[in-house]
Design a protein around this ligand. Sequence first.
Ligand code: NAP
Length: 276
Amino acid sequence: MSNVPVAVVTGSNKGIGFAIVRALCKQFPGDVYLTARDPGRGQEAVAKLQQEGLRALFHQLDIDDLQSIRALRDFLKEKYGGLNVLVNNAGIAFKVHDTAPFAVQAEVTLKTNFFGTRNVCTELLPLIKPYGRVVNVSSMVSSSALGGCSQELQQKFRSDTITEEELVQLMNKFVEDTKKGVHDKEGWPNTAYGVSKIGVTVLSRIQARLLNETRKGDHILLNACCPGWVRTDMAGPKATKSPDEGAETPVYLALLPSDADAPHGQFVSNKTVRPW
Ligand code: NAP
C-alpha cells in the first residue's frame, strides 16, 4: 500500500474540474486523480496535462453510478488506504432555453448535482484521512435560490440541526412537487439548478457538523464553495473568470494547511466565508 498522499477531483475532464487538477498537479504533494465518466475524454485530458509537463493519474468515475463510485472507493482503499483530498466538482445544468419540462429538469439535475454528490460523499468520506480536506463545489445560485424559498423552507435549510435524511426528503419533495405542478405553491423557487445547489451547500454544513461530532480529533476540514462565474461549457464564453481563476477558491480549500482549523462547514466564495 502506498503512503503517498492522494487527491481526487470529480468531473475533471474539462472546465473548472480540469483546472483544479492542473493546479493540484502543481501544488499538491502527492498523486492527483483526474476522473471522468467517459474514459476516452478522461485520458485525453490527462494527455493534455502531460503536454504541459504535469502528471495526473486517471480513474473512471460516473457520480450517477453507484457501482462506479464503489469501484473508485475500493481502488483508493486498496492502493492508498484512504484519501487525503476530495473535490466534488462534477455537476450539470440545463441551458436557459432548454425546452425540457421543468419536472424533467428537476429530476435530472437533482440526480447528479445532489444525489450523485451525496453518494460520492457516503462512499468516500469514511476514507478521508486525518487532516484531509473536502471541497463541495456549489454555487452562489444556492444563496439566491435560498432567498427565493418560502420562509418555512429557508428556516429548514438554515437550521443547525437538520439531518441528512431530512435534507434528502426535502430534495425528493422538490422533484415530486414539480411533477405535480405544485412547487410554486409549496414554496420552492423556479430553479432546479438552484435547488440542487441548496442541497449541496446544506449537505456540506451537515457533513461538517457530523465530522465535529464523530471525528473531531482528525482535523478534517470540509466546505462548500462557489468558483465564481467561469467560462466553461456550462456557463458560456461571456463569464468573467477563466477556468484557472475559477479553480482558485476550490484549490485554496483543498490545500488548507495542516495547522488550519477554519473554514469548516462554511460556504466560501473568492476565498471568503459568506453568510448562509
Ligand atoms: P462543465 O464544463 O460542464 O464541466 C462539468 C464536468 O462535470 C464535466 O467534466 C462533466 O463530464 C462532469 N460531469 C457531469 N455529470 C457527471 C457525472 N454524472 N459523473 C461524473 N462527471 C460528471 O462545467 P463547469 O462550469 O466546469 O462546472 C463545474 C462545477 O462548478 C459544477 O458543479 C458547476 O455546477 C459549478 N459551478 C460552475 C459555475 C460556472 O460559472 N461555470 C458557477 C458556479 C458553480 P462530461 O464531459 O462527461 O459531461
